[in-house]
Design a protein around this ligand. Structure first.
Ligand code: DQA
Length: 148
């Protein structure tokens, strides 16, 4: 099983950025933990791309087709307005989990709406960095179940 993890704008600032909302772990901590789980527990491979640029994320989504079995994406603020990322995800049609560390529904109004949500398999919201671990477990289970 091969999974591509995508993190959008400002997520490179985790650990330093608004720690009262996003916690003290860095993105490197989270990705390192997920790679370990993937290799040692789930018998798969995890690749990670973080970018602050919409087009880089779109290119990475396109390139995932035929290489990865599924995607986990935290699109950051692009969640709320990037029809281009939504269309890219729809075009590759890979099983995809959308994740947000914070409970976006308890925050500003503009964070309540996701333009990505209608075309993903499911969402994990508000569980902090653990959300990435749940997303990985859920996605790998989904991929493995679809093979039997
Ligand atoms: C976020 C929520 C978004 O509204 C915000 O723009 C982010 C992070 C989250 O993980 O909670 O950058 O996706």
């Amino acid at each position: 099983v091969s999974v591509l993890l995508l993190n959008g704008p400002n997520l490179n600032m985790l650990g330093k950025r608004e720690p009262e909302i996003y916690g003290s772990e860095t993105l490197e901590d989270i990705v390192g933990r997920l790679k370990k789980t993937m290799e040692e527990e789930l018998g798969g491979r995890l690749e990670h791309v973080q970018s602050n640029h919409e087009g880089v994320l779109i290119d990475a989504i396109h390139q995932a087709k035929g290489i990865h079995d599924g995607l986990i994406i935290n699109p950051g603020a692009f969640t709320h307005y990037s029809y281009a990322i939504r269309d890219a995800l729809a075009s590759v049609a890979l099983p995809t989990i959308e994740i947000h560390m914070s409970n976006v529904h308890a925050r500003e109004e503009f964070r309540h709406h996701s333009v990505i949500a209608p075309i993903v398999s499911g969402q994990i919201v508000g569980l902090g960095s653990d959300g990435y671990d749940w997303a990985l477990q859920a996605l790998v289970r989904k991929i493995k179940n679809s093979r039997v």
